[in-house]
Design a protein around this ligand. Structure first.
Ligand SMILES: *[C@@H]1O[C@H](CO)[C@@H](O)[C@H](O)[C@H]1NC(C)=O
Ligand SMILES: *[C@@H]1O[C@H](CO)[C@@H](O)[C@H](O)[C@H]1NC(C)=O
Ligand SMILES: *[C@@H]1O[C@H](CO)[C@@H](O)[C@H](O)[C@H]1NC(C)=O
Ligand SMILES: *[C@@H]1O[C@H](CO)[C@@H](O)[C@H](O)[C@H]1NC(C)=O
Length: 563
């Protein structure tokens, strides 16, 4: 990778060799290519961190306009029943493995820095599968599925390159992460045999955008690209300034109508994320890649509105937030755009799960999903492409054997088991507090993404169509006095009661029994959570002030120097 201007110093270098992984890639290379197929598409996956249902404008809120993301919807599909995991590490595990995290002990509380666990090395990840099909694979942004040994880091799990952080989050400007008494840099540029610490004072969302433009700008367009863009935004930073914006004056000028200062800055973080999405689409267009690209946008889980790390995200009118099993925690803001999709634009209310992306992407990349072994995801590509019914009728939300809650979906029904007392309310009801400008569909048409797509599309997207689509993507709930508390079990009708206000379990004992049987079957294969104590050996004090892998692994020799 060419070095770019914001690298101002390299304080540490690591060189390592991994013989086993190299052999793996060679053995499996070319095993599944389809002869005579069209060139495999470029696949760009954009993951927002803790972005709420109500923090994008395509679900009906006027408060934070997201014209670029809305342009993906206006030309693609709003994925309105797309379920994820309630927190970050499990969600990213599900995405990368195509398997429910309970199968590998990755459910529950997210990984903290300095803990010796991660996705087990025997489980191959999406980028490795795609490498086997000839893809160049790149990760920009967050990892957060384990880094205790070099073998667990992105470039040893299938990515050709990585620029980003290993743990939960970093500060937006100085890229440090503080945990208890330890503070260290967590911004690295890795390849398979090199690792550099990147020192910069640039706003992280902009670092991501520049890296993405650089990757796309230098990509050999004859080769298929898998680019995973895992944004920090709009996750909070450190407690002293949770919502760091790239330019407070710009944010005040743009969002002065939002009286609550924290929410206003949150809007600024989301707007910069949306801007990045537009620049990404434009970069693809500029290289002639957009015609053969698939762009998926999703949040990893719902917004966290209150409590520890609050930062005024909103999942309204969905109930609950990040880490709860109510829809505010597990039903993500998501959409997909590709010129390969037919019957677009549309709002899809077909059931999807984050594990579905592994077989879906692998299949559209030309692979045979039987190569993927035992997975929970199903190939959604034909349904997405044609607008046909989802092959999925049920899913496991999760089982948390520590907090003793579980949940699943079967058709229109959702079952929650256990004491779902964590964040059970409605939060972020922003509907009345401010004098918010009305939605402007021309800003969608004129956004970077809107114009880039219009340049290659035959579809005629109008303001009127955008408004109609947005109305169809908006969830509203009938008036109600009180919603039910879920302390033992609750059954909801998610089509007629998407806000989860009425427990109908007493009316449908057979459905409840069937769904409880499903949960029991999953419980039988559950691997207990891998959660471990902080290992003091991981402290940045031992590594020149940097969070780094600290456990030696069989296949890697780490030589570190502080040159
Ligand atoms: C942090 O340092 C303080 C003072 O040395 C100590 O009392 C405290 O136990 C430390 N906390 C942790 C989590 O290590
Ligand atoms: C890294 O590996 C590549 C290919 O195996 C090799 O060409 C390059 O010289 C190596 N770089 C370093 C710094 O060892
Ligand atoms: C996928 O692989 C399976 C098992 O090897 C094989 O039976 C099937 O025909 C393959 N499908 C396609 C479309 O190649
Ligand atoms: C949200 O606020 C509106 C306006 O005050 C109110 O009508 C509605 O009942 C609120 N919703 C909830 C779930 O509190």
């Amino acid at each position: 990778m060419p070095s770019i201007s914001f690298i101002t110093g390299i304080i540490l270098s690591i060189f390592f060799v991994n013989v086993f992984a190299d052999n793996f890639v060679e053995e499996h290379a070319n095993s599944s290519r389809h002869p005579g197929r069209h060139r495999p598409p470029h696949v760009i996956v954009i993951i927002a961190d803790d972005l709420g249902w109500n923090d994008v404008s395509f679900h009906g809120s006027n408060q934070i306009p997201t014209p670029n993301i809305d342009a993906l919807v206006a030309n693609g599909i709003a994925l309105n029943r797309h379920y994820v995991q309630p927190t970050c590490t499990p969600s990213r595990t599900a995405f990368l493995t195509g398997r429910y995290p309970i199968r590998s002990g990755m459910q529950g509380i997210p990984l903290m820095a300095g803990e010796r666990w991660g996705i087990p090395l025997g489980t191959p990840l999406l980028p490795r599968h795609l490498k086997n099909l000839g893809y160049t694979t790149r990760l920009v942004g967050k990892w957060h599925v384990g880094y205790y040994s070099v073998d667990h880091t992105p470039c040893h799990r299938g990515f050709d390159s990585f620029l980003g952080y290993y743990s939960t989050f970093i500060k937006y400007f100085d890229h440090t992460m503080r945990q208890n008494n330890d503070t260290g840099y967590d911004l690295h540029r890795d390849s398979r045999n090199t690792s550099e610490v990147v020192r910069s004072r640039k706003y992280f969302t902009d670092i991501v955008t520049e890296e993405v433009e650089n990757i796309i700008g230098h990509h050999d367009v004859e080769n298929p690209l898998y680019l995973q863009i895992a944004h920090l935004a709009p996750h909070m930073g450190e407690p002293e300034d949770r919502v760091e914006v790239h330019d407070i004056n710009e944010v005040n000028a743009k969002f002065g109508y939002i009286k609550d200062m924290t929410r206003r800055k949150y809007a600024g973080m989301v707007a910069r994320l949306d801007f990045s999405v537009g620049r990404t689409v434009r970069a693809l267009k500029n290289r002639g890649m957009l015609e053969n690209s698939i762009i998926l946008f999703t949040a990893d889980n719902g917004a966290q509105t209150l409590g520890l790390y609050d930062r005024y995200g909103s999942n309204y009118p969905l109930r609950g937030f990040k880490s709860s099993l109510f829809d505010g925690g597990v039903r993500s803001s998501a959409c997909i755009y590709s010129p390969l999709l037919k019957n677009v634009p549309r709002v899809s209310n077909e059931l999807m799960h984050i594990t579905d992306w592994l077989p879906t992407i692998y299949s559209v990349a030309g692979g045979n999903v039987t190569d993927l072994g035992e997975i929970d995801g199903v190939n959604q590509w034909p349904a997405l492409r044609d607008g046909s019914a989802s092959p999925r009728n049920s899913l496991l939300l999760t089982i948390n054997e520590v907090s003793k809650v579980a949940g699943g979906i079967f058709g229109k029904f959702k079952l929650l088991k256990g004491h779902n007392s964590q964040y059970p309310d409605f939060y972020g009801n922003i509907s009345v507090t401010d004098d918010v400008p009305s939605y402007d569909p021309t800003s969608v048409l004129n956004s970077d993404a809107g114009r880039a797509i219009a340049g290659i599309s035959n579809a005629f997207v109008t303001s009127q169509k955008i408004i109609e689509l947005r109305n169809r993507a908006t969830i509203s709930c009938p008036a109600f006095d009180q919603f039910v508390r879920c302390t033992n079990k609750c059954l909801f009708d998610m089509i007629n009661d998407p806000c989860e206000t009425v427990d109908i379990s007493a009316k449908h004992p057979k459905i409840v029994e069937r769904m409880e049987n499903d949960l029991r079957r999953y419980n039988a294969v559950l691997m207990p959570q891998s959660k471990s104590e902080f290992d003091p050996a991981s402290s940045p004090r031992n590594f020149g002030g940097v969070w780094l892998p600290w456990v030696r692994s069989n296949s890697s020799t780490i030589v570190s120097s502080t040159g």
